[in-house]
Design a protein around this ligand. Structure first.
Ligand code: NAP
Length: 246
């Protein structure tokens, strides 16, 4: 068996083709995890799979759209066939449609953002629950954002669809955590403001920092649940953070 702090751990990462998800898959594979990596763009996912070629069957790409129940079912099917159990679900895939205030938000943008950023993680948790229940120290990590804090939705006048979606994701995290207490840990993670296609070039941090945060969360005792984490550090749900995206 491959050595490392995640040796043999079975992990699903959505949005594994780019940015935070790609770096987290890179980090987890190096620590010995087996990873199913999900994305919706065929070329992007194929590029990631090529980057992970040296890991052989340790990495499996699954092309699936997190906006659709069919996409979620495809991932669940892959988990059933490959492992029949799951240890970690990292709900990382998300979109940010832009800077609009609520009054300027297009209906289609609002709908797709909520589908991908909220319903996607909810359906994934629901569909993969039977496998998580059979997993070792099972944990769901929902990749949230400072944009989802109470303060952000109380004061924000731009990025409305995105803010709302992450605030809802935080609520979803608390609801699942309460329901699955003692069975599956459910945690929200702040990945920081990082240089990715979404974070933009002005972001102060790199996605490798987010990957370290994700690793630290996976390594927390499974009794830790219903919290908002920046790595091993717990942070308040009301937290303020500078919200700019150039
Ligand atoms: N970057 C930041 O500064 C920052 C700050 C706070 C929070 N976050 C959060 O961190 C997470 C990762 O962000 P990022 O910066 O890495 O974003 P990114 O660079 O834009 O990458 C997004 C990833 O999500 C995938 N994705 C998007 N929509 C999808 C869908 N419908 N189905 C399947 N996969 C989909 C993309 O796959 P394709 O290649 O197939 O499009 C891609 O792999 C997100 O939850 C984001 O909200 C980021």
């Amino acid at each position: 068996m491959k050595k490392g702090r995640l040796a043999g751990r079975r992990v699903v990462i959505t949005g594994a083709s780019r940015g935070v998800g790609f770096q987290t898959a890179t980090r987890f594979l190096a620590e010995g995890a087996k990873v199913i990596g999900v994305a919706r763009n065929r070329a992007n996912l194929a590029r990631a799979a090529r980057a992970f070629k040296a890991y052989g069957r340790q990495f499996q790409p699954v092309l699936a759209d997190m906006a659709s129940p069919a996409g979620v079912a495809r991932v669940a099917g892959a988990v059933r066939r490959r492992w029949g159990a799951l240890d970690v679900l990292l709900n990382n895939a998300a979109v940010n449609p832009g800077h609009a205030p609520l009054a300027g938000e297009r209906d289609a943008a609002m709908e797709s953002t909520l589908h991908i950023n909220v319903l996607g993680p909810h359906r994934m948790t629901h569909a993969l629950l039977p496998f998580l229940r059979k997993g070792k120290h099972p944990r769901v990590i929902n990749v949230s954002s400072g944009a989802g804090s109470d303060e952000s939705v109380s004061t924000g006048t731009n990025m409305s669809a995105y803010r709302l979606s992450k605030w809802c994701l935080n609520g979803l995290t608390k609801l699942w955590a309460a329901e699955l207490k003692g069975k599956v840990s459910v945690i929200a993670m702040d990945p920081g403001w990082v240089k990715t296609d979404m974070g933009g070039p002005s972001a102060p941090d790199s996605p490798t920092m987010s990957a370290e945060r994700a690793l630290a969360i996976v390594l927390l005792p499974v009794s830790v649940t219903g919290t908002y984490q920046a790595g091993a550090r717990m942070i308040p749900w009301v937290k303020t953070r500078r919200l700019t995206r150039k």
